[in-house]
Design a protein around this ligand. Structure first.
Ligand code: UT7
Length: 342
């Protein structure tokens, strides 16, 4: 069976920087509180009406990934687009990206709804398609616009200070096209996916949905209705995150007979710097083995891992043969990991 590998990475973040001080003008919060609890110093928000959307940012990240892979859009066989914040209720953003890339190249476009784990889930799907030989080059995208849907008052401060906008993309292709992948050993070694739906409402946006449609919201006209803003039971999510992150990282290490010390880099989903630091300590990794950029972008859910990966590659943090761990946890709850030999 073939193995897949990442051929190129890219990312895009909006220019508009929003500092903790900026947020403190809108709600009762402070730079000190946000940095101490989350590590976040600033994040990016789109400018409403400025042209950036989840789909367009995904497109810009994709162009960079394609360029770095040396592949034209017409040579992509399939699109997988992960987001919790699509431009439309339906269709998903995958078809928008298909049109932007090459409107007459009518390849399939799959939308993934796994929130913070979305990118790793999407990568796993791409890996399976490549391994079976169904596709040879797949564009995998994570893109989010959070800023348009946050409660920017003190009521929503435990969520709104955390999330940011941005996009990342990778091109996944066949490993060692002219060689023997099994002896070379490069590429995606394994992926591990989990969910626990009993905690679905601990981190969720409840409406609009078929359970609570827009007409209800408008008819009820209830100023206390928070159902269309993200709700997060922060402490509960935090506790589950540190447990599940650690489990799924160990699962990937054990499945491949690898020690934590063998990893060149781990890129955790950027949920909270305190979570990343806790996992680092629990797994036993040095500072140079963990990549964090939440300080600059906040939590961009499905986009956080590919943005971080794109920056890490640009900084020369990964060389051929290095072992890379990706791991994520978030709403669902869902969690996942991927072990890659670069
Ligand atoms: O990406 C998906 C997965 N997401 C996560 O993994 C996030 C997990 N959770 C967290 O990161 C943390 O729970 C938060 C950063 C969301 C919150 O940090 P915390 O240390 O758990 O704070 P808390 O919710 O226990 O709140 C402590 C206090 C409360 O005040 P009182 O009741 O002690 O008076 C909050 O009202 O901090 C208050 N607070 C704030 N104060 C200033 C909550 N948000 C803010 C804020 N600024 N933005």
């Amino acid at each position: 069976m073939k193995r897949s590998k990442i051929l190129g990475v890219g990312h895009f973040v909006p220019d508009h920087v929003v500092t903790n001080h900026d947020l403190s003008q809108l709600m009762e919060t402070s730079h000190e509180w946000v940095v101490e609890r989350t590590g976040i110093e600033e994040r990016r928000h789109i400018v409403p009406g400025g042209g950036d959307t989840t789909a367009t940012m995904g497109y810009k990240a994709s162009l960079m990934a394609l360029k770095n892979a040396g592949i034209r859009a017409e040579n992509i066989d399939f699109i997988i687009f992960a987001t919790l914040s699509p431009d439309y209720y339906f269709p998903g953003s995958g078809v928008q990206l298909q049109e932007m890339l090459s409107p007459d190249h009518t390849i399939g476009a799959l939308d993934i709804r796994n929130q913070c784990s979305g990118f790793v889930y999407a990568l796993s799907v791409a890996d399976q398609f490549i391994r079976t030989g169904m596709y040879r080059r797949i564009l995998v995208v994570g893109s989010e616009v959070h800023s348009a849907g946050l409660d920017m008052t003190t009521r929503g401060r435990n969520v709104s200070v955390i999330f940011g906008d941005g996009a990342g993309a990778v091109v996944v292709g066949v490993a060692e096209e002219n060689g023997d992948a099994s002896t070379d050993g490069n590429g995606i070694l394994s992926t591990h996916l989990h969910s626990e739906g009993r905690h679905a409402r601990e981190l969720a946006v409840i409406s609009p949905s078929t359970q609570h449609w827009i007409s209800h919201i408008l008819n009820e006209n209830n100023p206390d209705d928070e159902s269309y803003y993200p709700y997060m039971n922060g402490n509960f999510v935090f506790k589950h995150a540190i447990t599940r992150f650690s489990e799924v990282i160990k699962e990937a290490l054990e499945a491949n007979g690898i020690q934590a010390g063998d990893l060149k880099l781990m890129i955790p989903h950027q949920a909270n710097l305190r979570i990343s630091q806790y996992i680092q300590q629990k797994i036993g990794l040095r500072d140079d083995q963990v990549y964090n950029n939440i300080m600059r972008y906040g939590n961009t859910t499905a986009a956080s891992i590919p943005i971080a990966l794109s920056e890490a590659v640009a900084e020369g943090r990964l060389q051929r043969g290095d072992l890379l761990m990706l791991a994520a946890f978030g709403s669902g709850f869902t969690w996942a990991s991927a072990l890659i030999r670069w």
